[in-house]
Structure formats: structure tokens, C-alpha cells
Design a protein. Structure first.
Length: 155
């Protein structure tokens, strides 16, 4: 039978591996592959379009790349601005509707305001949030929560 410290170590290592996997996917998918795909696209278009077209046959790769980047980047920026202005609201709404932690916290706040929360439920929620934050103590929120010897008065 495994010791509890061994089980905790396996779980902890699994989280570390999963986080590194997420970091790898983000770095690869958002940055490295983007630049590789863009370079590949430019080269393929140059080979297929310009080298086989007699009118553009003598156009060097560097000139084609400069013209391509000069038109492609502004076009991508315009599309990105359009996406941010029109689609982010839809994406945020979808994420909000499918966020069980956010829903739990908002429901807890409503019940707290209505006076429907017990002291045990407050403690349970505090432990839950501190576990998410990985904080051993309650974080500083207001002046009443400052540690001893620390003053919030301005000099």
C-alpha cells in the first residue's frame, strides 16, 4: 500500500507535468508554429506563384517576402481588431456561462448578502479560495486585516 506522502508526491508531480504540457502547447501553438507556418506559407506561395509565372519569374524571394509581410500584417491587424471588438463579447459570455467556480462564488455572494450563509459555510468557502490561491493565511484585504506591527497610515 502506498504511503500518503507518496500519493501526494505523485499527484503533485502530475500537476507539474500537466502545467508543463500546457506551457508547451501554448508556446508551441501560439508562437513557434505561427512563425514556422507563416514562413512556410511565404515560401510555398513564392515557389508556386512567382516562379511559375513568367511575369514575376525574376522577383527575388526577399522582395516577395517584404511585399507579402507589408500587406499581410496590416490585414491581420485589421481582422484582429474586428475580432476583438465583435467576438470577444461572445467568447466572454460563453466562458461566463460555463464557469462553475465563478457561478459558485457569485451564488455565495448573493446568499451572503441575503444572510443565508452560515459561519461554517463561510469557513468552508474561505478554505476553498485559499486552497486555490495556495496561501497559508488569509490574504490582506482591508486595514483591519493588516498583520501586527504594520500600519496603513501614510507618512
Amino acid at each position: 500500500m502506498l504511503k500518503s506522502s507518496t500519493v501526494f508526491s505523485l499527484i503533485r508531480n502530475k500537476k507539474w507535468v500537466r502545467r508543463r504540457w500546457l506551457d508547451f502547447r501554448n508556446g508551441n501553438g501560439l508562437y513557434l508554429i505561427f512563425f514556422l507556418a507563416l514562413a512556410q506559407f511565404v515560401i510555398v506561395q513564392y515557389k508556386l506563384l512567382l516562379e511559375r509565372t513568367p511575369l514575376f519569374h525574376s522577383t527575388p524571394l526577399w522582395l516577395f517576402s517584404a511585399i507579402f509581410v507589408g500587406t499581410y500584417v496590416p490585414l491581420a491587424v485589421i481582422i484582429g481588431v474586428w475580432h476583438r471588438r465583435t467576438q470577444y463579447n461572445v467568447e466572454n459570455q460563453t466562458h461566463f456561462e460555463r464557469n462553475p467556480i465563478g457561478a459558485t462564488l457569485n451564488l455565495f455572494l448573493i446568499d451572503l448578502i441575503d444572510g443565508k450563509i452560515t459561519e461554517d459555510e463561510k469557513k468552508q468557502m474561505r478554505r476553498y479560495l485559499l486552497d486555490i490561491m495556495k496561501q497559508p493565511e488569509r490574504p490582506l484585504i482591508g486595514a483591519n486585516d493588516l498583520p501586527q506591527g504594520v500600519s496603513d497610515k501614510k507618512n
